[in-house]
Design a protein. Structure first.
Length: 573
């Protein structure tokens, strides 16, 4: 069934199938191919066109990136660049070990973190903000892609490659991370929003401490999820991670380690003050050359736009790509020969001195975050979301400015997870996935219309043609009697056609009443694929899938979600 559906869903051409380290994953079981479908990402409006260009026309964007990830030689070069750059590998590994000990990380994750003390080890890295209760599905997909890619590169390139997740713990956008959405037992979306913590919206997420109200949110979440065989494991794990008195970012890291640490994922909390001294040189160079990072990113943005893609960031001229942490998180801007953040003004010399002596007072913005990341870690590849891919393409000159090798970029896996009932509906009726996005029944109406008995449809068509033919003859004859009646005749035709359309709509409604089962199937599939009208991977929380399918869903994704560019996968779970 699913292999036939691949024709409708549009398998990606083979000329851009990754080779070498990034070759497509083979199905782990004989029936894997029967439980997934591939869709060309260029069909979806929510996926930036750059992702399609990256997969099928890399030459167009090649000047913006460090190499083509479908080419084995790109991986060899990236590994060589990372290994030849001096870093404080042993010190950073000790910081990781201390974090893992505090969080109680699984032994597999600890062993991988220890490997990063070796200067010859390299890393495939991804990252995300510390979203409530683990964030949306795409967070898991980024991590899964990272683990898969690290394993494949290790095997194909005979290198020691560690998968690492960078928790962006210093962002202060509370509204962006405070909610999660799940489907209840009736497949209705339910959104749980955490009560604002003290300092929310002003202080970095890592500085926010969970209070007793987290228990209320957890209870609401448990009620929204509904009871399954895995509810005890899922909700119990969340309650263990999200405890009153624990930091929001740390809770996220603990939960992520619980799910993926046994698979070797190393989790790094980027706000750790112990790591800031190793980014000191990045901070001081940014302050010594204010505006240079922004200018380089703007130049690359213009190049990106010239190639047909909208830049992700448009930095202000001469802006500084740093925040100052003074309880809150304040953007630093240059004002003449001084630097200003919040209500505070400092001379260049004063702020440089502070960066030298107290680097933990500073935090990179979106343009500088990858530079800090790759200063700390020997990154050979970053697994990026669609929007990240755009702004990372603006950083080639910035990497050169800071003397850090730019890693390869690999778009994360994109997927929609559906149950077998939704899959049967999609394939049996050849329903294009994107047709389910409008939150109405237009796609269902078209489907029901296609299923009407041919005799009824033909009779309706015959009536329409007969009316049009007869009335046209009458209209043509009218001028001989009274030319002013032609308009009245045309109005009559319009009314008759309107009545026929109403009759057709009533036929569709009758079909809905007759086949309520089909309507339920449609609603069930639509709720899973486009909850609230948005792509599943950007809307539904990871915990929804863990609660419904258990931890085995992670094993399934690791085994059967292919590493292929340009595809969105519909996976039956």
């Amino acid at each position: 069934m699913f292999s036939n559906a691949l024709r409708e869903y549009g398998a990606v051409p083979a000329d851009r199938t990754p080779t070498g380290a990034a070759q497509a994953t083979e199905p782990s079981t004989a029936d894997s191919a029967a439980t997934r479908m591939a869709v060309d990402v260029r069909r979806f409006g929510w996926i930036r066109p750059l992702v399609g260009d990256y997969a099928f026309n890399f030459a167009n964007v090649a000047p913006l990136f460090a190499g083509d990830p479908t080419k084995p030689e790109s991986w060899r070069d990236a590994i060589a660049r990372a290994q030849s750059t001096r870093r404080a590998s042993a010190d950073v590994a000790r910081i990781l070990a201390a974090q893992q000990k505090r969080r109680g990380a699984p032994p597999e994750a600890r062993a991988n973190a220890d490997r990063l003390a070796n200067p010859s080890s390299v890393a495939v890295v991804t990252g995300q903000q510390a979203g409530a209760f683990g964030g949306p599905l795409f967070t898991l997909l980024k991590a899964i892609t990272t683990i898969q890619l690290a394993r494949r590169v290790s095997r194909e390139q005979r290198a020691d490659v560690v998968p690492l997740f960078w928790v962006d713990a210093e962002d202060h956008d509370w509204e962006e991370i405070a909610s999660c959405t799940v489907l209840d037992q009736q497949f209705q979306p339910r959104t749980v929003t955490l009560a604002p913590l003290d300092g929310a919206g002003d202080r970095p997420i890592a500085a926010l401490t969970l209070d007793e109200r987290i228990q209320t949110s957890l209870n609401e979440l448990a009620g929204s999820l509904g009871e399954t065989d895995f509810t005890g494991w899922t909700v119990g794990g969340l309650r263990d991670a999200y405890r009153p008195g624990r930091g929001m970012a740390e809770a996220f890291a603990i939960w992520l380690e619980r799910i993926l640490g046994p698979h070797g994922l190393v989790v790094f909390e980027s706000s750790d003050p112990a790591a800031k001294p190793f980014a000191r040189d990045v901070f001081t160079l940014e302050l010594r050359t204010p505006g240079r990072t922004a200018a380089l990113a703007a130049e690359a943005g213009a190049l990106l736009e010239a190639r047909g893609h909208q830049p992700q960031v448009a930095p202000q001229p001469e802006s500084v790509s740093l925040f100052h942490l003074d309880g809150g998180r304040r953007a630093i801007r240059r004002d003449g020969d001084r630097f200003v953040f919040g209500e505070t003004s400092r001379t260049a010399e004063q702020l440089l001195q502070e960066a030298e002596t107290s680097p933990d007072h500073f935090s990179p913005n979106v343009l500088l975050r990858p530079i800090v990341q790759d200063t700390l870690f020997p990154t050979i590849c970053y697994v990026a979301g669609p929007s990240e891919l755009a702004y990372l393409g603006q950083l080639g000159g910035v990497y050169q400015h800071f003397g850090i090798p730019m890693p390869l970029m690999y778009p994360r896996a994109s997927a929609t997870l559906v149950d077998s009932a939704a899959a049967r509906f999609l394939t049996r009726y050849d329903v294009p996935l994107e047709s389910l996005q409008p939150q109405d029944e237009s796609a269902l109406n078209r489907l029901l219309e296609s299923l009407l008995p041919k005799s009824v449809e033909q009779a309706m068509k015959d009536v329409q043609e007969a009316i049009h033919r007869s009335m046209q003859g009458l209209i043509d004859a009218m001028p001989a009697l009274d030319p002013t009646l032609a308009g009245a005749a045309k109005t009559t035709v319009g009314k008759m056609e309107h009545d026929l359309r109403n009759l057709h709509a009533k036929m569709i409604q009758a079909a809905k009443r007759r086949d309520e089962t089909l309507r339920r199937q449609f609603m069930r599939a639509q709720a899973q694929v486009f909850p609230l009208g948005h792509a599943q991977e950007r809307t539904l929380a990871v915990i929804y899938f863990l609660n419904r399918y258990g931890p085995a869903v992670v094993d399934r994704l690791l085994a059967d979600l292919p590493l292929e560019l340009g595809k969105h996968w519909i996976l039956v779970v």
